[in-house]
Design a protein around this ligand. Structure first.
Ligand code: FAD
Length: 307
């Protein structure tokens, strides 16, 4: 029951100021955020790669309020591409972007986000890697999928994220199960109304399995974005039944969550990609991680009290 309250707080400026100023917040945040700068983050990327893991990098920054911030976010991603170049990891280090960071929610946002994200996708392609468009709240799905379609005309390897909690997602999975498409399937992390999304966790899980079936049976490249051991096992089973080899799909998990499982799956020969977020604008991302698991909130509250 706490999840929706925390997700509402994730959008509150007052809470943002309060939580960001709390002296212990940083140590708790560090569990989920690899660093504040690219320089802090590169060693984490190297050590994940050395351990046989792949990464997708997210420069934190969302819910921006003016076009200048969108340009700064674009430039931060271009800087990231420059930072990845010497590592020579190719698609083993790709990038995840939130289109709200590129201006999607501003007036004229659809065109603005497309204009700002295109140079990042181009720069990624130039160093042999790619970009996945994260999915945000349900009001953005049509715009994000339209931007995906435009980008894929020139950069067919651009990836998308679909959220099983949305009623529409099975149809979106069918539409995106074609050859060359890359889809990360997640359960969904935003507070959504009952008119568009399942509210019951069991329903979200069942929808996740239905969506996985569509993606695994399709011609595209499914990216299984879940820490749920049941979803991981079901994905392996469905992939086997669809005749997929380990390189025909991948698992994805967030940095700081079930790290042992990252390593176990990689050691078993699976492709395992870790979502590594970095930057100073960590509030929204951090609050969604708290909302996903009440124990995280309890840990955070205890750190505040015991200080
Ligand atoms: P759950 O049933 O929520 O969790 C299963 C188990 O995983 C829990 O019992 C617990 O052991 C562990 N776990 C899960 N979350 C946490 C946590 N925060 N802290 C500690 N343990 C945890 N959502 C979007 O809406 N849009 C996106 O673009 C997006 N991208 C994502 C990218 C990746 C790589 C991943 C893994 C998730 C992404 N998400 C995104 C978040 C996703 O929607 C879920 O909110 C999140 O993954 C929790 O769901 P779960 O499938 O792990 O299963």
């Amino acid at each position: 029951m706490l999840g929706p309250v925390i997700l509402a707080a994730a959008r509150s400026d007052k809470m943002r100021r309060l939580v960001s100023a709390a002296p212990v917040t940083r140590s708790v945040v560090d569990r989920f955020i690899a660093g504040e700068t690219l320089g802090d983050t590169v060693p984490a990327v190297r050590s994940l790669a050395d351990a046989g893991l792949e990464v997708t990098l997210d420069v934190l920054g969302e819910d921006i309020t003016d076009p200048a911030q969108a340009l700064r976010n674009r430039d931060a991603y271009l800087e990231l591409v420059e930072g990845l170049k010497p590592l020579g990891l190719g698609t083993r280090a790709e990038m995840s972007v939130k289109l709200s960071a590129f201006g999607q929610a501003l007036p004229g946002g659809h065109e603005l986000a497309l204009k700002n994200v295109t140079p990042v996708v181009e720069a990624a392609a130039a160093i042999g890697t790619t970009v996945t468009l994260d999915m945000e709240d349900h009001t953005t799905v049509d715009s994000t999928l339209a931007i995906l379609a435009e980008l894929r005309e020139r950069f067919p390897q651009t990836g998308a994220v679909l959220q099983s909690y949305l009623f529409r997602t099975e149809d979106d999975c069918r539409a995106l199960a074609g050859e060359g498409s890359r889809v990360r399937l997640v359960k969904g992390a935003y507070k959504e109304p009952a008119s568009v999304a399942y509210q019951d966790k069991a329903e979200v899980d069942k929808a996740y399995v239905r969506c996985l079936k569509i993606l695994m049976a399709g011609e595209g490249y499914p990216m299984v974005g879940s820490h749920d051991p049941r979803m991981v096992a079901i994905a392996q089973d469905l992939a086997f039944r669809a005749g997929r080899k380990n390189e025909d799909y991948e698992f994805q998990m967030l940095y700081g969550i079930r790290d042992d499982e990252h390593r176990r799956l990689a050691a078993e020969g699976h492709r395992m990609r870790v979502y590594v977020a970095y930057g100073t604008d960590w509030y929204g991302y951090f609050m969604r991680r708290l909302a996903e698991r009440p124990a995280n909130l309890a840990f955070f509250a205890r750190s505040l009290l015991t200080r």
